[in-house]
Ligand binder design. Structure first.
Ligand code: APR
Ligand code: PHB
Length: 394
């Protein structure tokens, strides 16, 4: 088999890149380890920046998002019961975000790909990358017990944090930056109306909580929990009780509870590798970086990586501008580090860290209070939340 771009992984990064390349007439094949149902079973964040929305429109995967997505012009920060609204639209000269689940984004992209007729191979086993530094890279894998080979010009490693692409790069060629936080998020999805029409990020003595949503009838809530906690120990009743104690009194009184559709615990991590290129291999999305979910940047960063690589590849194939390939890593990393900073800052400001001494805690509380009391500070939060601009590639 032969293609121009071999894409490893059919998460949002791989599917979005594949769809954009397809529409630009650049042939690509996606190799995914799991089945489509498994990929769609993963529940992840749900806030899209304008740049992500625009790119999904450019990929032609926007009809349901435009019909069902919820535009949000602001969100709330709560500090020990005191509510502060960040008016995104006002503070950013008219920008907002779209609340639309990553699972739905993935489903829409899968459908668009199927309609385009491009090849995706699900349940591809033992994917291995070869000759990545040479002129003729290729990928081997197994499908239904048969060995197969895919020759290509370039490989996009879109296979997430645990994927094979990053592991193909010799360890001494990568610099890793990492912070593992001393807590996780326990998430609960339920068919109950959201407690508030906008998201509530709440810091309290008992730890952080986030009240989010998927629609007018489906809510997504999270609680900061210790790393030793087990999801089996959290009955729905215990979850709701704890959430009420972390919300401001008026919101707690309004909270509608119900049976959970899903409950899971995810650890929080900041992680970046540099560079994001090794020969003909380019790391995209979670394969190259992870953010803690507090700023809702994971999917949006994947989209900005895709934007950069896609625009470079269009110029490479259309205008012969192969020298642009060397710029992918630096262009993507500039924006990645800014989103890493914002996600780390939001996480640090809003969570209770078990090892913080009293002075450190006062400094953090005061830093957030200072930002909220200042127009410049609120603008800084808003412009990061709606998403920093994508770099143009000339
Ligand atoms: N071979 C083939 N496919 C693989 C392999 C492998 N060896 N390893 C992993 N994959 C697949 C996974 O099964 C998954 O479907 O790669 C895909 C990676 O998808 P994601 O983990 O969703 O990563 P990405 O597409 O970069 O999406 C980033 O997802 O994790 C969230 O917070 C993150 O929202 C962000 C977004
Ligand atoms: C979610 O709805 O799952 C969500 C929203 C905002 C975040 C993280 C997760 O910051």
């Amino acid at each position: 088999m032969k293609t121009q771009v071999a894409i490893i992984g059919a998460g949002p990064s791989g599917l979005l890149l594949g769809q954009l390349l397809q529409r630009a007439g650049i042939d690509n094949v996606i190799l995914e380890r799991q089945s489509p149902d498994y990929v769609l079973g993963r529940i992840r964040a749900g806030v899209l920046e304008q740049g992500t929305v625009d790119l999904l429109r450019e990929a032609g995967a926007h009809a349901r998002m435009d019909a069902e997505g919820l535009p949000h012009d602001g969100f709330e920060l709560v500090l020990d019961g005191h509510r502060e609204r960040i008016d995104l639209k006002d503070l950013t000269g008219g920008k907002s975000v779209m609340v639309y689940g990553q699972t739905e984004v993935t489903r829409d992209l899968m459908e668009a790909r199927q309609a385009s007729g491009a090849l995706s191979i699900y349940e591809a086993g033992d994917v291995q990358l070869h000759e990545v530094q040479g002129e003729k890279p290729y990928v081997t894998f197994t499908k239904d017990g048969e060995a197969a080979r895919l020759d290509c010009d370039y490989i996009a490693g879109c296979d997430g944090f645990h994927g094979v692409s990053r592991q193909t790069i010799p360890a001494d060629r990568l610099k890793t930056y990492e912070r593992v936080y001393p807590f996780g998020w326990l998430g609960l999805l339920s068919d109950t109306p959201p407690v508030n029409h906008e998201l509530i990020y709440a810091s309290s003595e008992r730890g952080f909580s986030l009240s989010s949503m998927r629609s007018a009838t489906r809510s997504r809530y999270y609680l900061q929990v210790g790393l030793e906690e087990k999801v089996e120990d959290w009955s729905d009743a215990r979850f709701w009780d704890e959430l009420k104690r972390r919300l401001p009194a008026d919101a707690a009184a309004r909270l509608v509870t119900g049976p959970s559709l899903e409950k899971s615990i995810a650890p929080l991590r900041s992680f970046v590798v540099e560079p994001l290129q090794y020969g003909k291999l380019f790391l995209v999305g979670d394969a190259g970086h992870i953010v803690p979910p507090t700023g809702a940047k994971g999917l949006n960063l994947a989209a900005s990586d895709v934007d950069a690589l896609y625009r470079i590849l269009v110029k490479v194939y259309g205008e012969g501008r192969v020298e642009l390939l060397q710029r992918y890593s630096e262009v993507a990393l500039r924006r990645i580090w800014k989103a890493e900073r914002f996600s780390w800052w939001m996480t640090s400001m809003l969570h209770k860290f078990p090892d913080n001494d009293a002075f450190t805690q006062k400094m953090l509380d005061t830093e957030l209070a200072y930002f909220l009391d200042s127009l410049a500070g609120r603008t800084c939060i808003a412009e990061n939340y709606v998403g920093l601009p994508f770099e143009t590639i000339e």
